[in-house]
Design a protein around this ligand. Sequence first.
Ligand SMILES: [Zn+2]
Length: 266
Amino acid sequence: MIVTSRSANALGCTSGSWKIWSLSDGHVDMPADLLRRGPGLGKYPVPGTSSVLRLSVNCFLLEQPGTPGVLIDCGAGGRWEPSLGHLDRTMAEAGIDPSSVGTVALTHTHLDHLNGLITRDGRQAFANLRRIVIAHDAVTLFADESHLERFRPLLVPVGNGDRLADHLSAVALPGHAPGHMGYVLDSGEDRILFCGDLIHVPAAQFARPELTWAYDDNQTTACATRRKLLREASEAQSWLAGAHMAKPGMGRVVEEGSGYALLPIA
Ligand SMILES: [Zn+2]
């Protein structure tokens, strides 16, 4: 991947015929004791951290000439802290027209990933949105969000391995939430896995992938998925792009000691 533009909240790169954007929705401060020593175990004190962890919230836009953009997650909109819900501002900063987005692909239905369908000031964020890709197992959770009722006809359920576009397919990443889904782009030059909430605390969970997050729906499964994905990503020298990895949330995974490290995109 070659970085072609960088601003305070956006990073643009190219890979093959694709343009890939990391777009910040903002950040959220979470209690540090949500990080646990392992599935079902007590809290893990992150070295050098006070009682609060600051999590980036990143969205990723995939563009190919002549086709509508695919946006992976769309931030929190106006449904969480004022420090979140700024994807529209970031798109303006990067010179991206939100009406170029034709697909939103959700990793899961937690509020910081789907509520950006509606902007903080109540507008429909993407005027030409044609489909919302979502895991089969997450459809009923989406349907529970009554304020998003108008979007239900756009839902396109997918399963592991289903293809969204040329070079782009869904990959199941079970554990964090029902139907937690990643998306993998094989551009011909790079393999990039958009891994949603595989990692919440990059400062700790690359080195110690056994550490779990209290909001992981099934901590044992989430832990196993994280170990498997980090091993595969380091062996294949593929890229990871994570919703809560430090902005811009992209890098390569390498083995380090008994765990891994992230080499952030240059
Ligand atoms: Zn999240």
